[in-house]
Write a protein that binds this ligand. Sequence first.
Ligand SMILES: Cc1cc2nc3c(=O)[nH]c(=O)nc-3n(C[C@H](O)[C@H](O)[C@H](O)COP(=O)(O)O)c2cc1C
Length: 212
Amino acid sequence: MEIIAAMRERRSIRAFLPDGVPDETVIAILDEARWAPSWGNAQDWRVFVVTGEALAKVKAGLADVAGSEAPPAPDLPWPATQWPDYLASRMTYRRPAPGAAPAPPLRPGLTDVYGAPILLLLAADERLSPAYSSYDAGLLTENICLAATAHELGTCIMAMLVRYPDVLRPVVPAEGLRFVIAVALGYPDLDSELNETKRERVGLDEIVTWVK
Ligand SMILES: Cc1cc2nc3c(=O)[nH]c(=O)nc-3n(C[C@H](O)[C@H](O)[C@H](O)COP(=O)(O)O)c2cc1C
């Protein structure tokens, strides 16, 4: 698939088919994605492919915290306590910062990872700055999403699923690592309305300034 087509076709998938994804396909996607750039070529990312019984445990743990009063405690600071109005007006999905009262409950669809058979957890060494290690992980993340699109798979990048790292740590061997982001991966349910939500982008005039 042509790269520009993949960039335009990729969209967040919020309803997956239960069908499993062959290990070879996941390996191919990660093998392609690892050519992402990183600071000094440090490749300062770790990817956990969580599936099967381990994913069932993560889903159960997330469902438990969703039903509790436990405050979120993500390894990375949330982007903003209050989004500036001009950014808030663009946002389709907007949630208060962790710690802001009341903490938003995790929706059932979320805790089920939208039905995806695979959850990728991206992590970075906790000795690095959260800013640039997350920047690098972000580049890998988009490569994963584009490669998945080329393999006719769907993805959803999900910060909400790393809000409770204590749910993940008993299942995933992530000692010394910070959870940066989660990516749901699987075959998209093309009949679901959840995958037809309108997506917009602001015009270049709002984000680009030419300085000649
Ligand atoms: C850092 C980051 C965190 C995100 N977290 C979530 C999430 O927790 N749940 C979710 O459903 N979508 C999440 N998304 C997906 C965004 O909502 C989505 O990318 C945006 O609305 C644009 O839609 P599109 O991906 O379909 O183009 C996240 C995206 C990014 C980049």
